[in-house]
Write a protein that binds this ligand. Structure first.
Ligand code: GSH
Length: 217
């Protein structure tokens, strides 16, 4: 059986790579990472293997899966006991809904506050177009945490939703977004997750800096 692979790009900047990687690790998949360096000549060739020309891209048993939510659903089929989605149907529906919201929305937040694990900015004025995104995310987290009791969005174990919002926790830290205690505790849970620590260590070791993704002040 061929070794499963996950094609990803920069650990410092690529939030979708982080989500895909977290999902694979949460599922317990044995895989090797194919890191497409931002300035690598092989990058285009590797990315072209993914019809969307985007990462993450998973290969498993000669099946190629691209797009993060498709990867989540594929992993859930392969590892149904991994708990990627909540077992309760209503919670699962909400988990899918808020994961979908992250997947298809929050464009202003994503462009105004790009993921940059290496960076922190003590005072950052959030562009007015991104503020509704921040408020909506706070509402989502509050509702989930109040319903489930935390520390993760759907209770005692991380689910797809936590992987989807993990890069947001890092963005809120990078750009010093103020959070009320319940949400600050949630962000702390995510940022101190051993998987996040492992990914962040990889980001810190990356030499490249992408000027376009460095927010200027
Ligand atoms: N909807 C896609 C979004 C993936 C995406 O935008 N990936 C970015 C990296 S964060 C990418 O591959 N950009 C192209 C590139 O790096 O050349 C998914 O869910 O996987």
């Amino acid at each position: 059986m061929a070794q499963a692979t996950l094609t990803i790009s920069s650990k410092n900047y690529s939030s979708w790579s982080l989500r895909g990687w977290l999902l694979c690790r949460m599922a317990g998949l044995d895989f090797v990472e194919i890191l497409v360096e931002m300035d690598d000549e092989a990058r285009q060739e590797l990315l072209l293997l993914s019809p969307s020309v985007l990462v993450p891209r998973l290969t498993h048993n000669n099946v190629a899966v691209w797009d993060t939510l498709a990867i989540a659903e594929y992993l859930h089929e392969i590892y149904p006991k991994a708990g990627l989605w909540p077992t309760n149907q209503a919670a699962r529906a909400r988990c899918r809904s808020i994961s979908g919201e992250m997947h298809s929305g929050f464009h202003n937040l994503r462009s105004a506050l790009p993921m940059n694990l290496k960076s922190t900015h003590a005072s950052f004025k959030i562009f007015s177009g991104a503020r509704p995104d921040v408020e909506r995310i706070k509402t989502i987290w509050t509702e989930c945490l109040e319903e489930s009791g935390g520390p993760w969005l759907f209770g005692t174990e991380p689910t797809v939703a936590d992987a989807m919002y993990a890069p947001v926790c890092s963005r809120f830290r990078t750009y010093s977004v103020a959070l009320e205690p319940l949400l600050a505790a949630y962000a702390k849970t995510v940022l101190s997750w051993p998987l996040m620590a492992e990914w962040t260590a990889g980001a810190m070791a990356e030499p490249d800096e992408i000027i376009e993704l460095e927010v200027e002040f």
